[in-house]
Design a binder for this molecule. Structure first.
Ligand code: ZN
Ligand code: ZN
Length: 421
């Protein structure tokens, strides 16, 4: 094992290349922002990404609705950088001239407004900027760069779709994977990074509780699923308060509770939708298993005539940053951006399907965040209709961070590489 080479700031000619990239990044960003597409329906966006990667000299494949560009440049490590590219069914208020007025039919054929309300347009443009500099300056590095663009992050479907479409057999196996997300904090111009859990593991559960219908005046002749459901909701609160260890992180939310139509009819069923979050798979399993146990027991207590039905969906894996990769990426960012612009990232309670790709290869990874809102300006959470990042220094910082991290991992020696075979 050799010591990895130390990381220095990007040399002057790469800084110039970044400034050159900014000239096409701006119109491309405004075009993508104005034309968001819904999860797993991102046809136009996919075409633009594939065309741009080809123009830069990448070998391009479309896999599972995503686009992957591979640039082989001699001996060395293989570093994958991922960006997601779906928009959301959110109506964008008229703001900047490039605000979205785009509408699109969703998977059920219902027309929806669309908006890049999670900032995935910044992810695409910063990833392409880094790819452009790598392609134009092959004398500065050796190895293989993979620019992976995935669809459908917002519904936890895109990364899995790519893996299911044979991603692992279609591209070189990465030694390390990288990714980033724009957020309301830190401020634009800064990045934030942490080792270990960075984003939570999450899953949703739909539950049907069976009662037995009756007249509102004769509750003793039925089984009231609203009373049953209410007991379930209350008792579920004990999962976090009384079942997981006080030092463990967990969230259980009942986000939907539907039953009945009128005041004098006891309905025959209630439907709940639950959402669970944790920083370890073990705690997530404890929460999901505990919820199922409580629901079954409450159904029995209520004389429910039929077993409850459970359906799990929207499963997001844990994003758990590798300590060695994170240390090197942080070092590269500090060298490039300066210590004061590289902050500690508090673990987010949000979730991502980013880690599906590195997990499919068994590769270590690092996922960090970059700021989207200028100091002193109001900032808004992701998915808000007001989530419109300041173009600069957001795009420049995201591009610099991605490029510095990719180059640092291309020149890292061995330690982070997965075992052979
Ligand atoms: Zn989102
Ligand atoms: Zn997002």
């Amino acid at each position: 094992m050799t010591e990895p080479t130390a990381v220095a700031a990007l040399p002057e000619h790469l800084r110039t290349a970044l400034a050159d990239a900014a000239e096409w990044q701006q119109p491309l960003y405004e075009d993508l922002h104005a034309h968001p597409e819904l999860s797993m329906l991102e046809e136009r966006t996919r075409g633009i990404l594939a065309e741009k990667l080809r123009e830069l000299g990448y070998e391009v494949q479309e896999i599972g609705g995503g686009v992957v560009g591979v640039l082989e440049n001699g001996e060395g490590r293989t570093v994958l950088h991922r960006a997601d590219f779906d928009g959301l069914p959110v109506e964008e208020p008229s703001g900047p001239g490039y605000a979205s007025t785009h509408r699109q039919k969703d998977a059920d054929g219902v027309e929806q407004p669309t908006m890049h309300a999670c900032g995935h347009d910044t992810h695409m443009v910063t990833a392409l900027g880094a790819a452009a500099v790598l392609a134009a300056h092959r004398e500065d590095w050796s190895g293989t760069h993979i620019a992976l663009f995935q669809p459908g992050e917002e519904i936890a479907a895109g990364a899995r779709a790519m893996v299911e479409d044979g991603l692992v057999d279609k591209i070189p196996a990465p030694d390390v994977c990288l990714g980033q997300h724009v957020m309301p904090a830190p401020v634009s111009g800064h990045v934030a990074i942490t080792e270990g859990p960075a984003m939570s593991s999450a899953v949703s559960m739909k539950v049907v509780l069976h009662g037995s219908g009756s007249h509102g005046s004769m509750p003793h002749l039925g089984v009231d699923p609203i009373v049953l459901g209410s007991a379930v909701v209350t008792r579920l609160q004990t999962l976090v308060a009384r079942e997981i260890a006080p030092g463990d992180f967990g969230v259980v939310t009942v986000g939907s509770f539907h039953a009945g139509q009128s005041s004098n009819v006891i309905p025959d069923r209630a439907t709940l939708q639950l959402n669970f979050r944790a920083y370890s798979d073990q705690v997530l399993e404890q929460l999901v298993g505990g919820a199922e146990r409580i629901i079954r027991a409450e159904c029995e207590a209520a004389r429910s005539p039929k077993d409850p039905e459970f359906e799990l969906f929207n499963h997001y894996p844990l994003t758990d940053n590798d300590p060695a990769v994170t240390a090197r990426v942080r070092e590269a960012m500090i060298a490039q951006l300066g210590e004061e612009r590289v902050e500690h990232m508090p673990p987010s309670t949000g979730s991502e399907d980013f880690s599906v790709v590195p997990d499919a290869f068994g590769a270590p990874y690092c996922y960090w965040i970059f700021g989207g809102f200028a100091e002193g300006r109001d900032s808004f959470p992701n998915h808000s209709p007001n989530f419109v990042p300041a173009q600069q220094p957001t795009l420049a910082t995201g591009t610099e961070a991605a490029l510095a991290a990719i180059l640092a991992m291309l020149s890292a020696d061995g330690d982070e590489a997965p075992a052979e075979g």
